[in-house]
Write a protein that binds this ligand. Sequence first.
Ligand code: G16
Length: 543
Amino acid sequence: MAHFEEVCKQSDLHPKPAGLVLQYGTAGFRTSANKLDHIMFRMGLLATLRSKKTKATIGVMVTASHNPEEDNGVKLIDPLGEMLTSSWEDYATQLANTDQNELVKTLKDIIEKEAIDMSQEANVYVGKDTRSSSSSLSQAVLDGVKALGGHSKDYGLVTTPQLHYMVCCQNTRGKYGEATVEGYYRKLSQAFSQLAKNASNRTDDQKHLSVDGANGIGAIKVREMESHLKNHMQLSVFNDGSRGKLNHQCGADFVKVQQTLPRGIKINPGDRCCSFDGDADRIVYYYTDSQGDFHLLDGDKIATLISTFLKELLNEAGLDLKIAVVQTAYANGSSTHYLENTMKVIVKCTKTGVKHLHHAAQEFDIGVYFEANGHGTVLFSDGAEEKIQQLANDTNINDERKKAAFLLQNTINIINQTVGDAISDMLLIEAILAIKGMTVQQWDAIYSDLPNRQLKVKVSDRRVIDTTDSERRAVTPAGLQEAIDDLVKKYEKARSFVRPSGTEDVVRVYAEADTQESADALAHEVSLAVYGLAGGVGDEPKP
Ligand code: G16
């Protein structure tokens, strides 16, 4: 009883702006930071309920990831470090939108529906990114936890995947690792050193990597990690937040969508570079050639590199484990073709959002999942981990199998299996390139991307677009899919789809075709169709 009085009292300090309605999106709530104080308080309440329900620690990360500095958002983390289960997303939306005087009633409804024992202890881990609004918003989360009598631990500035990792470590009682940032650095860097031992001697140039930190938390954390990597890696960190603005003309999303170098990075032709996004859960690689042309190695190329490496190790180890790659509609057609026809691995397509890819990847012994935007990781089933462990402990196997088992073990340890993690992915990619003695150009040459273009269209209400078939086809508004089909027919090797974004107030348009001119033209024509049929606002899209 006392808790509900406290909730009412505290809720008055975090009032909901009249008439504001927000929807739980691709990765939680996300909008202008000045609209989010009540959301954060209420997500503190929800995380406390979720913790009581699951009898486990729950995470709340205050971040708007790739969005501009002015935005903010919140991601909720379930007990094993995965995204909040979808059945609770509705509760999150209800709590977010309920009127101040109905808040306790909404809480009680959730408690009753979920049969939550309110005498159960609750623990919530909270983290934040470097946005100027993140401090007060994470305090609002902490206030929400306290109001419902939960305990909280404030990790302060951490990357999103670091907080996912802490939650998993805590709930597995240390089996996954130690629930500290230091523990995270130690686990990953030890695995990296073990893998790097299997690389032939590398020059300082070969060990060097330029990192664009998007002026965000990833830059701070990769610098902290550097001292643990000793002489295995040499990093130059650009866009470290000392001057530029978060995600502004830099970071993984900018580089992927604009297909160009981030601002503020100084590199020579052939140098290996990568960009993180604003909360360091995405990574893309790139380089420029001697003509100055830009070459992007996105999530699809990363998934290909990692799954090739794993498949080779499984062969060498003599282990019969089923490996699959999970992608979304944004996956470049060439990557899907290569994975299915050359590598002969199972490929699955899901809706956008790592929560969807994560679940699909769990169905296999080894599930490699990556969105083209660089968000992804690898999942090993318990059975697969056990088999690898058994093999590593087997004293009767030959050296080749032993080495493969050792590499697989350390690959498991370097990967953050809770969610996509730019730092962990970076270390794995660097280790693979070193072990295989591969340059970034050789990696890039595994297959050639089909030219592609991504655009955004502003409409008055993006919910008018509904999709099916893993977002590859539009069901509404009437006539839109037919228009896209007709436009696609005009071009060679073409494909296009549209979907409402779950993190920005826009409709996203994707097109690919045999030439860049065709991909650009198709994306533009599809944008015009969206603008015309789905209630475009502002100026008509320009070519
Ligand atoms: C989030 C999700 C990603 C998704 C991205 C864009 O990333 O975690 O899975 O691809 O949003 O989503 P949408 O196209 O719906 O806006 P992040 O890195 O921004 O948290």
